[in-house]
Design a protein around this ligand. Structure first.
Ligand code: ATP
Ligand code: MG
Length: 382
């Protein structure tokens, strides 16, 4: 029996992995292919945790009868080395001949695999071209590995499609569609769990914020995230994106004023004087910059919702209004006049709720003889 192995970080698994596996399976007459997500690979950082990558691998395999998913590496403790996997597989199934399926970019780095000499004994390789890789160079490299390690590398005369996990992660972060790049069930999983929305996992975001914000501020941020997430579907907003904006809306709040001001001056060209000099407002444009620079947020609607969460603005989108309102009504807020009405409005009309919150701000500013920011005033006119 000859079995293919399609291994990798699979962060996430995509149509390229499946197309390449299918092409090799047919061309080499394999009896099947095992999709093998790595646990903790030595060469690579991954961005979704093991449980999610394993869940996506299972979804990708779905009902394909020629492909199965294996959790051999996911469940192993410690760094994942292919040599250990192959030793394990060969011992368990001595009659199987293993064919490791790789793209040309992997051919270029094969000898960095731990104990590659042993790996080369335990399996052969089926390699395909990869857009962006110099195929002549990969062929030459394969020949070198054959000479040096006795590696058996068969190059198929086919290129994988122009799809990579990196591209998928970038597209998700920018809120661009990925449906043509992954199996539908995987795209749906990514959306439901809010994977790849920024450069950190949810656990990393929690850690970063809980370490920098004061406990009450952190509780408040969790409340805003939860409120925004709950109300999001009513207003056609993606709940996980709303959750991220809610969590991050105050992410700059623990910075000293001077540092916030310098950050905004250098990165937000349209910040005005009032925004720069009012300390309760400054953390919003500063938060937008921190969300971008530290957390790797790329989605324009998340960034603008953070920017506008203190002053609001004319013609706010449902997303922006949702974060603006959630900041006011989240469950940890102490009760005051108007809060109950704001909460009620938020359930049915988020823009009306936003205008109501802006009116409360206006009343408060006037009572203290302050100057209402023109952007908040515009909201009340609109
Ligand atoms: P990343 O962008 O995170 O590196 P990736 O798309 O390269 O992700 P991996 O999990 O790193 O996916 O790849 C696993 C294996 O599949 C590697 O050997 C890689 O060369 C191969 N592979 C992935 N996508 C393609 C593709 N589109 N064409 C050919 N080979 C591919
Ligand atoms: Mg790769």
């Amino acid at each position: 029996m000859r079995m293919g192995i399609m291994g990798g970080t699979l962060d996430p698994v995509h149509n390229g992995h499946i197309a390449v596996a299918r092409a090799v399976c047919r061309a080499c007459g394999l009896d099947g292919v095992m999709l093998l997500p790595a646990g903790d690979p030595p060469h690579k950082q991954h961005r979704a945790d093991k449980a999610d990558r394993w869940a996506m691998a299972q979804l990708a395999v779905g009902t394909l009868d020629w492909m199965s998913a294996s959790d051999l590496e996911i469940t192993r403790v410690g760094t994942t080395y292919t040599v250990d996997t192959l030793e394990q597989l060969s011992a368990a199934q001595p009659d199987v001949e293993w064919v490791y399926i790789i793209g040309a970019d992997t051919v270029d780095v094969l000898e960095t695999w731990r104990r590659f000499d042993r790996v080369a004994q335990l399996c052969s390789f089926a390699a395909v071209g990869r857009p962006g890789c110099d195929s002549a160079q990969s062929h030459a490299h394969a020949a070198q590995l054959e000479r040096a390690f006795g590696a058996r590398i068969q190059f198929l005369d086919v290129d994988g499609p122009a799809i990579s996990s990196t591209e998928i992660r970038n597209r998700v972060a920018a809120n661009a569609p990925i449906d043509a790049l992954t199996p539908p069930a995987v795209a749906d999983y990514i959306r439901r769990k809010g994977l790849y929305l920024c450069a950190m996992t949810w656990a990393e975001i929690d850690r970063a914020l809980s370490e920098t914000l004061k406990p009450a501020r952190w509780r408040h941020s969790l409340g805003v995230a939860e409120t925004a997430m709950r109300l999001a579907p009513r207003y056609g907003v993606d709940p996980q994106r709303a959750r991220l904006a809610g969590l991050l809306h105050d992410c700059a709040k623990s910075m000293p004023c001077e540092a916030m001001r310098a950050l905004v001056q250098a990165n937000v060209p349209d910040a005005d004087v009032l925004e720069m000099t009012t300390s309760q407002v400054l953390h919003a444009p500063a938060g937008m910059v921190v969300a971008r620079q530290k957390f790797g947020v790329r989605d324009p609607q998340i960034l603008s919702a953070i920017r506008k969460h203190t002053l609001g603005g004319a013609n706010m989108t449902a997303f922006e209004a949702l974060i603006y309102v959630a900041d006011v009504i989240e469950p940890n807020r102490a009760m005051y006049d108007g809060l109950a009405r704001a909460r009620e409005l938020a359930e049915t009309d988020i823009r009306a709720a936003a205008r109501y919150c802006a009116q409360m701000t206006s009343d408060y500013v006037r009572s203290r003889h302050g100057v209402l920011h023109p952007r908040t005033a515009e909201m009340l006119r609109g």
